[in-house]
Design a protein around this ligand. Sequence first.
Ligand code: 4AD
Ligand code: MG
Length: 453
Amino acid sequence: MTERVKEILGSEAPREDVTVEGWVRTARASKGIAFFEVNDGSCLASLQVVAEPGLANYAEVEGLHVGSAVRVRGRLAQSPAKGQKWELKAADVEIVGPSAPEYPLQKKRHSFEYLRTISHLRVRSRTFGAVFRVRHALQMAIHNFFDSRGFVQVHAPIITGSDCEGAGQMFRVTTLDLGAKPDFSKDFFGRETSLTVSGQLEAEIFALAFKDVYTFGPTFRAENSNTSRHAAEFWMIEPEMAFCDLRGDMAIAEAFVRSIVGEVLARCSQDVDFFDQQIEKGLRAKLEGLVASPFEVMTYTQAVAALEKSGRSFEYKPAWGMDLQSEHERFLTEELLKRPVFVIDYPADIKAFYMRMNDDGKTVAAMDLLVPHVGEIIGGSQREERLGVLEERMRAFKLDPASYWWYLDLRRYGGTPHAGFGMGFERMLMYVTGMTNIRDVIPFARTPGSAEF
Ligand code: 4AD
Ligand code: MG
C-alpha cells in the first residue's frame, strides 16, 4: 500500500516496506549514491530517498531528472542529514513518468510572474503547494462553520437573467450569431442572460424558507480593472439570514472570519510558517491577533472625517459621498487602526439598490470589512424589506421593478428583516497566505486579456 509523504514523515519509528508515489523535487548523486526528494502534495516537506548502486536500474536512477514521477519502495530509516528525521532507503525505484533536463521548475527561485506562464506546472512548487493546500483547508473551514450552525447551502444558478449588483459588469451568455443584431427573444433562454455576479438574490429566496443559508460558488465580473485584487472569475461565499439586522450580520461575519482563520492556523501550521518566513514576515502573529481580538467598527461618515483629518495627500481627495478608494482603505486599516474594521452606513448613492435605507434618508445599512494589505474582503448589508421603499430605490437605479417581480414577492409574502454578506474567497486567501496578487491564489486566473489553461 502506498502512503502519503505526510504520513511517512510523521512516523514514530523506523519501518520496513514503505511505498511512496510522487514527483522528484531535487536530485543529485555523489560518491556513487543517488539522493532525490519526493513530494506528493500532501505537505510542504519532501521525503528524501537514498538509492545505492545495488539497484537493477541504478544508472537510470542516478540520472533522474527533476519533475519525474516515481514509485519508491524501501526501508524508512533515521536520517543522518540535518533538518530531516527520516529517509527512505530504496529497495526498488520505478520511474513511472520520466522528466527532461529542460523541466522548467528547477531548484532556483522563480518569479511569480514567470510561474503564472506555467500554471500547469507551478502547482508542483513549494509556494503553490502551500497556497492550494490552504485554499482547500479554508474551503472546508467555511463549510464547517456554516454546517455547525445549521445553515443550508444553496447552489445559486451560474447563468442568470438578473443583475444583482446593477453595475453592468456582466458577461453575456448567448447562442445567437455574434454578427447579427441580437433579438434576445429568439435566444436559447428567450431572454437576455449573463454569468452571475452574485448569488445573493437567490440566497434571499432560500433564506425566507430556511432562515440561515449560504452560497459558495463562482461569480463573474467583467470589470476591466487590471489590479492585483480583481479577477474576472472568482469564488464568493454569501450567507443570508432571515430575522437578522445589520448588527447581527456583522456579528456573524466577525465570528465567521475568526473561526475560519483559526481553523487554517490549526490545520495548516507548517504552511502558515512557510508563508510567515517566505512571503509575509509576521503573518502568523497577524492571524493569531485577528483570532484573539475584536474588529473595529466605524461609520462611513467617521471614516471620511478621519481621512480628511489625516493630513495625507491622497490621489483621490476624500469627500463625503465618494466611494472609498484602496488608498483610503489602506490608510484606515494599516495605519490608523492596524486591524480589521467594519465600515458601515455608506451613502445610498454608491451602494446597491437592495440595501436598506437608514432613517436619515441618506445612508444605507451596509457594511464592508476592510483588512490590512488586502482592503475590502467582505461586502454586505441589511436588505430593504419594505416593498414601497424597495420599488422606489429600483426606479432610482433605473431598474424595472416588473422584471424583479419574484424579488418583490418576497416582500409581499412573509417578508422579514434579513441581511447577508459576500466574502471574496480569493481575497480571504490572500489575507491568510500573505500572497499579494489574486492571480497567485486561484488555480487558473481569469483576468483582462488572460484565459490560457
Ligand atoms: O461587495 P460585493 O460586490 O458584494 C456583493 O456581491 C453582494 N451581493 C454580497 C452580499 O451581500 N451577498 O462583493 C463581495 C466581495 C467583495 O467584498 C470582495 O471580497 C469580493 O467579493 N470581490 C472580488 N474578488 C475578486 N475579484 C473581484 N473582481 C471581486 N469583486 C468583488
Ligand atoms: Mg463591495
